[in-house]
Design a protein around this ligand. Structure first.
Ligand SMILES: [Zn+2]
Length: 243
């Protein structure tokens, strides 16, 4: 297997995640690197994030609103200047159906990204159904977006991205060198304050030791990802470049 590194900085990138915070975990440092080099960064979040709490008494409407604000702040922390869009399908119930594909296709045609990033839907033993569905939506919507006979009622010009990068890849074969941009990734993840307990595993946001341990976990993961290409700190992906 040939491992490639470092795509040319795209003019526009669209990252498609199932939930607020997935994009930051999957490709946050890569987006920060590209944003610093002039790339327009866009986020598309498929669900409303309404399951993102372990508290049975959670005010779900307030949680959904908070997570949108957190996601916008996280995009800014990455240097993002583009759209942060929410499809608002119910968290945990996302399907890779035609209606959802229509919407994702619409955003691809509207934003015309050179690179699309998303979950790898073919990752074996992946538990979360939304991550599978969001991955398939990214793939299927690219096929629809590039061909004028799919969804012609959209009235938008077809668009074919040049590359698709899939994070949490079953067979990673591409690494982005992200050394200087790990801080931006961590800063963006720390914007997701409602998720500290459930996904960041920080009980107390004001506990500097816990935050430091989280930072260390992200650095360790980047070091691990980098080994595929002999890079000190990386984010690894499956690269599809014949779209
Ligand atoms: Zn998720």
């Amino acid at each position: 297997m040939t491992v490639t590194t470092n795509l040319a900085t795209p003019a526009r990138a669209l990252a498609i995640g199932a939930h607020p915070d997935d994009v930051e975990f999957g490709c946050g440092a890569t987006l920060a690197k590209w944003a610093a080099d002039g790339c327009e960064i866009h986020h598309l979040v498929c669900t409303d994030g309404s399951k993102g709490s372990w508290s049975p008494d959670e005010d779900v409407a307030a949680l959904v609103a908070a997570r949108q604000i957190e996601q916008r702040a996280a995009s800014k922390a990455l240097g993002g200047t583009g759209d942060v869009a929410f499809l608002n399908w119910i968290d945990g119930e996302l399907e890779a159906g035609l209606r959802q594909r229509w919407e994702v296709c619409h955003w691809i045609r509207r934003l015309q990204p050179d690179v699309v990033l998303g979950h790898d839907p073919w990752k074996r033993y992946r538990l979360h159904p939304d991550h599978r569905a969001a991955g398939f939506l990214a793939v299927d919507a690219i096929v629809a977006a590039r061909d004028p006979h799919f969804f012609p009622e959209q009235g938008a010009a077809p668009h074919r991205p040049s590359s698709l990068l899939l994070w949490e890849a079953d067979e990673p074969d591409h690494v982005e060198d992200v050394g200087r941009f790990l801080d931006a990734k961590v800063a963006a993840l720390l914007c997701h304050r409602s998720q500290y307990r459930t996904t960041l595993h920080i009980d107390d946001p004001d506990d500097v030791d816990q935050v430091a341990r989280f930072r260390k976990r992200m650095a360790d993961r980047a070091a691990d990802h980098g080994t595929l290409a002999g890079i000190d700190a990386g984010e690894r992906f499956k690269l599809l470049s014949e779209l």
